[in-house]
Design a protein around this ligand. Sequence first.
Ligand SMILES: *Cc1c(COP(=O)(O)O)cnc(C)c1O
Length: 461
Amino acid sequence: MQKELRKLPSVDKLLKQNEVRALLQEHGRELTVTAIQEVLADTRQAILSGLRACPKTTELCQRVATRLSSLLRPSLHPVINATGVIIHTNLGRSPLSVAAQEAIREMSAYSNLEYDLPAGERGSRYIHAEELLCRLTGAETGLVVNNDAAAVLLILTALAKGREVVISRGQLVEIGGGFRIPEVMAQSGAHLVEVGTTNRTYLQDYQAAITLDTAMLLHVHTSNFRLLGFVHQTPLADIVTLAQAHDLLAVEDLGSGALLDTAQFGLGHEPTVQESLAAGADLVCFSGDKLLGGPQAGIIVGKSALIAVLKHHPLTRAMRVSKTVIAGLQATLLHYLKGEATDQIPVWQMIAMDVGQIKSRATALTEWLREALALSPPGGKVQAEVVDGSSRVGGGSLPGETLPTRLVAIRVTAPHELAQRLRLGSPPLIGRIEKDVFLLDLRTVLRTQEAALRQALKAAL
Ligand SMILES: *Cc1c(COP(=O)(O)O)cnc(C)c1O
């Protein structure tokens, strides 16, 4: 072992190798030396823990090159989503429209973010999305913060701290990523008053819970699960009527916050923001990157007097959205105003995508695969075919609902190995495995990524 350790070259010796000299030229001394030191330390450790022979110098140089390129590759990069889950939280939720991407790119320069151009004086960043939100939802006004979790925390803190908030037991949900309504409530300083049972909550339950300390009746959309059978939730409109009779606030956390009706695409009906406002909710909050199809944001719409209170709360400053988010959101909202959401917003394009279209893309990919890899259908080692399947909307909306799709099914002896090779490719390609068959759903693969997808498959197979 000591003998092998002594064979390890010094940093200086490696710096003199031709291959490392080239790296030195390209990346400079500091970074190259760091990579060499890390490689040598790893190799020393490997020898100490049982590696019998010290690698050859050329091999070490190769490792230095690999280390440098992984050092320089950003750990966050684009992937191809072939999972068929449209709003995939692990894959960054909603892909943005071309216009939204462009708007975000333009924001890398100066802008009138907080500058009132006609007056030549300080303005507000919040006006940029406000008018659009009002036009689209019918709200008096709106406010944008970092995400919907922040929106809920802000509303509870600013409007109900130290007082009681009544909520149905059936709506004490956990969204994932640690967001649980009772915990957010505790964090805000509002007191949770749970009413009803897990499966049934009536208007009388809310009524009986109202005291002099009550500030708000909160309605939370159970976005990511569904109760079936003997269930009853009190409609929002009834909660609003009760709140008004007692001079209380009626607030709804919608989560996904659709502006379009999902039912027109053969899915269940996801409640829309317009409906919640029409039912009379004082405030409605929802995510920017779920069914809205925009960047990560938390959007609050509703009564001006309440939003004015929120705007001046110190938490709002701590949850302030960036200029890039406002730009992306504004561009996304404009698609709705122009009536082009299903043509321009990727999430809605994917929801509205015709099965025939997916089938022809899947067929074309399968034929290409057979040719490119000279697969022998049937009986060969690798087989590809088009099969029926289903896509999901995801993003904590429409649980259990699916959209019919056509999948490219790839049969190989070791599907998990194939999936891993594809995940580690550049760009990574993410599919799914069902019953030992590797499946690709082209519904969620952007058109602009199809060439890269073929490249990835070719490399991995
Ligand atoms: C998703 C969701 C949230 C959290 O939204 P983020 O934008 O991810 O913070 C809160 N409430 C409900 C009901 C949700 O579905």
